[in-house]
Design a protein around this ligand. Structure first.
Ligand SMILES: NC(=O)c1ccc[n+]([C@@H]2O[C@H](COP(=O)([O-])OP(=O)(O)OC[C@H]3O[C@@H](n4cnc5c(N)ncnc54)[C@H](OP(=O)(O)O)[C@@H]3O)[C@@H](O)[C@H]2O)c1
Length: 326
């Protein structure tokens, strides 16, 4: 497959490394707002074409685009690329609300193109290991999914700068950036909750920086915690009456163990590198584009919409708003 890339941040670099590690695909074009950044990126990764005009880029020689722009642009970038006949792999969150995701799915289906969210959880082979491991837990009564990671951009915020990740005009902030990694497994493993409570705290830019949601399923409570202004070392847990699953990183699904009620710990999965995990995404996306794994592709779309709906609900309850939203 030939890829075009939108965005020149570190995650786009990781994606390229993942593609090169796990597939035979090539990167043929990059879009950047500036010739300078686009050129430097293209030279570093040996990419033949650089565009600074999005319409011209949309006409470039590639089958698929990987979109790693700020969240607020995901919908317009995805739609423009689908309209141009390109398959789309868009970074999370695929849309700011579920309507944007639904519209992109509809457009892709009409054009017989693939549209997928680049969410590590859904493309990782470890997802199945985790799902199967639930059978060892007996009656599951609760889980705690946490993604608390001190942002490398927090010092810039403290210096009075306005980094993208804490700028609500770009639909960023903690919940959209980290909270989504807790919402995905909750929805995928347990479905949609009956009741939702949620709360967040905010920086003076208006961006949420820490928050929590409690998902009540009637027979179990799943709590989600997320923060960009603190660092977690404990991980995430799923609790049953016969055992516990411990997950070091809920986003990357690495270092997962089963702990029985005697305290004996069995490793279910060790550590995959970031490049390998991005490679899983590329492999999964390319299999969809090849017309394979149709059930998984339909499941991904269902999950993208469900997660989009639950994210929107949690945002409403927590008061997380972006520009132009009431
Ligand atoms: N899967 C993961 O593990 C992972 C990790 C990190 C981020 N992400 C996702 O990847 C996406 C990009 O994240 P990021 O941290 O790389 O974002 P970012 O640095 O804020 O922006 C990404 C790129 O978009 C362009 N850009 C920056 N500000 C812009 C603006 N105001 N208007 C238009 N374009 C702008 C820049 O490229 P040019 O200057 O070259 O145009 C930049 O390299 C986000 O959706 C995020 O959720 C995923």
């Amino acid at each position: 497959m030939k890829y075009g890339i939108i965005g020149t941040g570190w995650i786009a670099e990781s994606f390229i490394k993942g593609v090169r590690l796990k597939t035979d695909s090539v990167i043929t074009a990059v879009y950047s707002r500036t010739e300078e950044k686009g050129g430097a990126f293209a030279r570093k990764y040996n990419i033949p074409a650089v565009y600074t005009d999005l319409d011209a880029f949309a006409g470039g020689v590639f089958d698929a685009v990987y979109i790693a722009s700020p969240n607020v642009l995901h919908y317009s970038h995805s739609m423009k690329m689908l309209e141009a006949g390109k398959h789309v792999l868009c970074e999370k969150p695929a849309g700011v609300n579920p309507d944007e995701i639904r519209m992109c799915i509809k457009t892709a289906d009409e054009k017989n193109l693939i549209y997928a969210e680049a969410i590590m959880y859904m493309h990782s082979p470890v997802r199945n290991i985790l799902r199967c491991a639930l059978d060892n837990l007996g009656r599951i009564s609760s889980a705690r999914f946490d993604f608390t990671q001190l942002s490398s951009k927090y010092p810039a915020y403290l210096r009075g700068e306005n980094p993208n990740i804490f700028n609500p005009a770009l639909a960023t902030g903690c919940f959209m950036d980290l909270g989504i990694y807790c919402v995905y497994p909750a929805v995928d493993l347990f479905g949609m909750p009956e009741k939702v409570e949620a709360s967040s705290i905010f920086l003076d830019t208006g961006a949420d920086c820490s928050g929590s949601a409690i998902l009540n399923y009637g027979d179990k409570i799943i709590s989600l915690t997320y923060s960009k202004i603190a660092q977690d070392y404990a991980g995430s847990f799923i609790y049953g009456d016969k055992g516990t699953i411990e997950i070091e990183s809920i986003s990357k699904l690495i270092n997962i163990s089963l702990i029985d009620n005697s305290g004996k710990k069995t490793c279910l999965r060790g550590e995959d590198s970031k490049e390998e995990i991005m490679g899983f995404e590329a492999e999964s996306f390319e299999s969809f584009a090849a017309g394979l794994r149709k059930e998984e592709y339909e499941l991904l779309h269902r999950r993208m919409i469900e997660v989009g709906e639950l994210m929107y609900k949690i945002r409403q309850i927590s008061g997380i708003k972006f520009l132009k939203e009431n």
